[in-house]
Design a protein around this ligand. Structure first.
Ligand code: PLP
Length: 389
């Protein structure tokens, strides 16, 4: 079969491939500690599950409005007001099966051949993938450890050309756990306004913060009209498998994005949207409990990694990942990730799974129990001790 040439431009998310490799080892009876997948290991709070079951029994089993049911969009608008401090018209909110489709749809709706889009490297791999798939040129902005994985604003300025149409930011950040400083955000907003650039602000880790706060670029005057705020329920409410997310977008983008929804999934599952209303309106204490537990695991894994010779690891301010520096081990990131899986039974991702500037790093998710994290640290220490200095 002759597959279209455009498919050659589509990238992927390696976490799913590593998960499959790890599961193949497990099928052979080998014990693997999973630190590759980026999802909370907590159960979805019971009130949300009950709301979904009730919605099913009440017959919320039909197609819904392609943009998202009105009561959910109204609750999302209220939530955005609580967290961001401004009111937003629910007509500017589009609900999708997970937050990821907001990247897919808005990038396809905005970019075309001849356009350029700037994205963080290392960064969530779907940004680069979708920019390239759209036919636009993907311009990486490196995030460097020396800057605590923030971007260098002079470097960002130097990447902007008359063809730059989009800048993607993600704070708190996957895979480094970095958070952009308010001054960074203000400077990015200024550049976007000066050069008439749209911003995609990926805020899925908005609530998973251990130190400081993440300023949303949408709060800078004038920015809401040129920003797509991407968020969802996966990380905040441990609802990864439910697939529920949304975008708050400039009014002119809504119809094109809804057009792509109509042409692909028609709508987001109706009973899941009902459960989303419960997530936003029900008790919120599960978030603080989850973050408190993540904080303990963060400290455990950072201290543990720093105690291993030739590995150094910064303490992330948000999200649930660490991005340790492994340069002194003298092995490429991808070879080391394979080695740790095959020799030590620890599934991790290579920094390069998040872009070429991830070379020299690994990404470990600490969304796993303290017991498993301790086991993984012991295994990593023993396996890396065997590598020649
Ligand atoms: C930075 C970032 N954005 C978006 C997503 C996708 O979230 P969802 O599961 O809601 O599609 C992820 C998931 O890992 C992520 O890390």
């Amino acid at each position: 079969m002759k597959i279209s040439r455009r498919m050659g431009r589509l990238g992927t998310e390696t976490a799913f491939r590593v998960l499959a490799k790890a599961q193949a080892l497990e099928a052979k009876g080998i014990n693997v500690v999973h630190l590759e997948i980026g999802e909370p290991d907590f159960d979805t709070p019971a009130n949300i599950c009950t709301a979904a079951a009730e919605a099913l029994s009440k017959g919320f089993t039909h197609y819904s409005n392609s943009q998202g049911i009105v009561p959910l969009r109204a609750e999302i608008a209220k939530d955005v007001e609580r967290t961001h401090g401004f009111t937003v018209d629910p007509n500017r909110i589009v609900v999708t099966p997970g937050a990821k489709p907001i990247m897919f749809y808005t990038i396809l709706a905005l970019l075309e051949q001849g356009d350029e889009a700037i994205y963080p490297d290392p960064g969530f791999p779907i940004y680069e993938s979708m920019i390239k798939f759209s036919g636009a040129k993907a311009i990486a902005i490196p995030l460097r450890e020396e800057l605590d994985f923030r971007l260098d604003l002079d470097e960002l300025r130097s990447k902007i050309t008359p063809r730059t149409k989009l800048i993607i930011i993600n704070s708190p950040h996957n895979p480094t756990g970095g958070i952009l400083e308010p001054d960074d955000i203000r400077s990015i907003a200024k550049l976007a306004q000066e050069h008439d650039i749209t911003v995609l602000s990926d805020e899925v880790y908005e609530h998973i913060i251990y130190e400081g706060a993440a300023l949303s670029i949408t709060k800078i005057p004038g920015m809401l009209d040129r920003t797509i705020l991407l968020n969802g329920f996966s990380k905040t409410y441990a609802m990864t498998g439910w697939r529920l997310g949304y975008g708050v977008m400039p009014a002119g983008l809504v119809d094109p994005v809804v057009g792509l929804i109509v042409n692909s999934v028609s709508c987001t599952a109706t009973f899941i949207q009902r459960a989303g209303i419960e997530a936003l309106t029900g008790p919120q204490d599960s978030i603080a409990k989850m973050v408190a537990e993540f904080r303990k695991r963060r400290d455990l894994i950072v201290d543990g990694l720093n105690a291993i010779p030739r590995i150094s690891c910064r303490r992330p301010k948000g999200a649930f990942y660490v991005f340790p520096n492994i340069i002194k081990l003298g092995m490429s990131s991808s070879r080391l990730a394979d080695y740790l899986l095959n020799e030590a039974g620890v599934a991790v991702l290579a920094g390069t799974d998040f872009g070429k500037h991830g070379e020299g790093y690994l990404r470990l998710s600490f969304a796993n129990s303290q017991e498993n994290i301790k086991k993984a640290l012991q295994r990593i220490e023993a396996a890396t001790a065997k590598l020649k200095p």
